[in-house]
Write a new protein. Sequence first.
Length: 367
Amino acid sequence: MAEVKLENVCKIYGGNAKVVDDVNLKIEDREFMVLVGPSGCGKSTTLRMIAGLEEVSEGTVKIGERIVNDVPPKDRDIAMVFQNYALYPHMTVYENMAFGLKLRKFKKTEIRRRVNEAAAMLGLTEYLQRRPKALSGGQRQRVAVGRAIVRKPDVFLFDEPLSNLDAKMRVQMRAEISKLHSRLGTTMIYVTHDQVEAMTMGNRICVMKDGVVQQVDTPLNIYDNPANMFVAGFIGTPPMNFFGGELKLNGACLTFAGKTFALPIHTPEYREKLLPYAGQKMVFGIRPEDIDSEQAQSTPGTPRITAKVEVVEPMGSETFVYLNTGNETFTAKTDPHKSIEVGTEVTLSLDLGKAHIFTADNGKTIV
């Protein structure tokens, strides 16, 4: 097993187009790290540089104690699972899984043992003599994973492996890959644009934007304590609501949406963080689950806002409600059994104890 370390890694195309910009990242031995971000953020390019499929323009990539910038992919002791499965259509499942081992001149008995072991682990034993065209998308993806497992590499790399699957199969494969990590106890680096996959699978998440690492932390810490507005808006479904406003520290108040709200001061350190920004334009962020119609009705003195309902999306266990104050739009999560009709006005409470405040100029988190 091995840790993976990226030090000041850059990828430059066309002389000056930096698609990966000064990435510093350490993936611990046996860790499941997820690289997540929107399309074009550089996450797949970063993974391909670890794999050796892209050259590193600047910086160093280490696997274990070895710098691998100039080491060919086949000698890096990694295995990669691609989005499109990359199976040989003329070969059976067994032959696809065994192919890499045959190239490395493994004995037939060892190849058979490894393939049968991986097939049993992935529920593929009964499909070993079928060809890929006779399999479902989920089964093909398991074959691609099995082909990586038989190699017993130091590091597994996954490049958006679930993108071609339907919603139900994605949920199932997420769980299977997570169980696989627990069973194998190996280092895994997983690339996705889907923040739900990132939140549910990773020991830690690396959020990227425009080739730059925005934040690296555990899923819960990133959700509760985003480093900036981009992370706050990208992680969470529906995304965090943002309101423009001005911070006034006479009593620590935030003015937005035409109203002034008192902010709860948790600690002296909290107040100290706000003091330098008194009188400045700020951005106030609050998650949809911290906006509540029931509490607004039942608790006197609760900070409230009135808005018109524009869209209602029943999700089964919860309902997403999209609202408009006249100047701003925002989203709330509500009880699915509460009747809310499009076109009506509702009053909602704001849990300001869970609010986030960002600078207006660069979106950096203040509190």
